[in-house]
Design a protein around this ligand. Sequence first.
Ligand code: PLP
Length: 385
Amino acid sequence: MRCTRALIYGENIRSNILEIKKLLNPSTKLCCAVKADGYGNSASIAAKIAVECGAEFLAIATVQEGIELQENGINANFILLSPCSPEEFTEVAAHNIIPVLFDEEMISTFDDVSKKFRKNKKHGVFLAIDTGMGRIGCLPEEASNLAKKINSSNNISLMGVITHFAVSDSISDENKEYTERQFKAFTSALNSIKSEGIDPGICSCSASAAAIANPEMQLDMIRPGIILYGYYPDEITQNYLESKGIHLNLRPAMQLETKIAAIRRFKAGESISYGRTWETTSETDIAVLPIGYADGLLRRLSPGLKVTINGKLYPVVGRICMDQCMVDIGINNHDVKRWDTAIIFGPKEGGALTDAADLAKMTSTIPYEIMTSITKRVPRILANA
Ligand SMILES: *Cc1c(COP(=O)(O)O)cnc(C)c1O
């Protein structure tokens, strides 16, 4: 196996879920987002642990993601959060995946498709309302009519209603107020559905950020993603939560690591990598790592990226290549030898000196993107805690 790998500390995912459960109202259900291969952490590892920890639902973004998990023996209610094509509706129905619908065309198409697959029970669907995210969903004022249309269909029935917040990961007053407005729009749309005599079913608005920062918005179900994998959503940090009296101890699950494939001596004034953007200033040893941007080690991380080798940080120098990058370890460094492990990022309690949040900050992105960027050719290995 390649020495470039992503170790997945399943026990950290379990511990994160148990932390989240401590904050849950007793009747609130858990829908764990395992989309995008569990944010890069391996959907099958994450899904298995989530189900063991009592998650009633698993959230996926593509039909294929759901089918693969089912083929891996994961038995749960799968909610498909993103729209799929009419052709894919057949697979949604056949695999008993719960789609999220939001207009008349989708509702009648899925009702037609479900006819062939439904057994004695109608196929459950969720209705999405756009309360200000500007992505999927119906307008709040359309919700009751669409709910009516769903429940008067022959083959489908309303299982729940969801919305999604746009700025619940921000702590600015303006953004907190926006989230409040979205929440109000959602609850009043739910009331309009109820006033038609329709049971909206499982009502859910909170992903990670609101689930932990706005406990009053938990409703019937929360849909955490990033916190399962050990990272806080943007400005909702541990410090912010502590200041609100909320204690949550998250542990990153993924460690991206590789091994030093070669150590090569360079004289002063020699250039390293494409573009000759970096030159040695004195004689030094350069460690070559077999990891590059085709593994998801973003090219824009250099200059700046430092990797952990035997408990110390060393800089990546020159451009990150497709399959390799170079690290300046200094001359005659007795702490570093060939085939030693270099940690790109990982849980700090496990010895990594940088985590995915640090890498995200360096490149003005979020830990979500750092983790989901790790490509398929990097094997995910379940690590023993
Ligand atoms: C991805 C997603 C989530 C999970 O979001 P996190 O910020 O990772 O917790 C929840 N709900 C919807 C609709 C999503 O698309």
